[in-house]
Design a binder for this molecule. Sequence first.
Ligand code: NAD
Length: 284
Amino acid sequence: MERTAFIIGLGLIGGSIALAIRSEHHVRITGYDISDEQQKMALSLKVIDEVAPSIEEGVKNADLIVLATPVLKTEELIKELCQLELKSGALITDVGSTKKKIVETASCLAEKDVVFIGGHPMAGSHKSGVEAARVHLFENAFYIFTPVNKSDTRHIIQLQNWLKGTKATFLELTPDDHDRFAGAISHFPHIVAASLVHQLANLDGDDRLVSQLAAGGFRDITRIASSSPTMWRDILLHNKESLLTLLDEWLEEMEKVRNMLVHENAEAIFHYFQAAKSFREGLP
Ligand code: NAD
């Protein structure tokens, strides 16, 4: 019998995962989204084969369930899955940008004959919606799994096989490490980008010319501030502890920069930029 993958949340990431699965497997792909428009679009772009009438119906025959909604919704959906009849042996994963709370919530699935493995494909875009979905979105990116026990190796291989069309590099981390690292390299920079845009907007109130002058560097560093506010609200609320620590460290860092400038400490300012430049240039 044909295997079935069920994608819940037919946006940029859910759509791209569906396309990647289809590129390597002859499977039936069903989908569900609270937005009727996204469902229709996913069907017409042939990202999915059919729309499930409900989550309850969709999960019944699914061999693979992918949760691709904003992370607070993903938690709610996992709780819902815990109450539903799922296919024996089904693999369940998510694509959320945070892992600790999601993996904790998914512990209720352990009582069922299914396996949950948290996942996070570390590539994306500031665009949203299924129209922006691309089969190659994750190519050469890291795709992190956060299995909670080591005996899951067989299932991780199974999941990697489902997702091999992503052409991503698979990696395993603990949910804690994932959230700390993702906090530093993705979530916190997002806060900074949004804050820079707010600073410009405040200045713009006095003189509209400043926005017109904002090009090059400003646009590069703030591009991610155009991402979905719903998605980022959820990520901040989920990764609160890591982000509060990073915010405190950043404030200390800014205080250091402030002092260097107040005292016109040219040497310290030079070294500040030089050290950043050399670390940045050493990044792979
Ligand atoms: P998106 O806005 O493009 O898609 C999310 C979809 O989920 C929308 O179509 C929305 O209607 C749907 N949805 C919301 N609540 C739902 C519900 N209760 N039931 C069914 N569908 C529902 O967002 P996206 O960029 O695809 O992000 C999805 C997930 O992927 C998020 O958890 C995000 O953290 C993660 N992620 C995003 C990126 C990125 O760069 N965008 C990268 C990696 C991971």
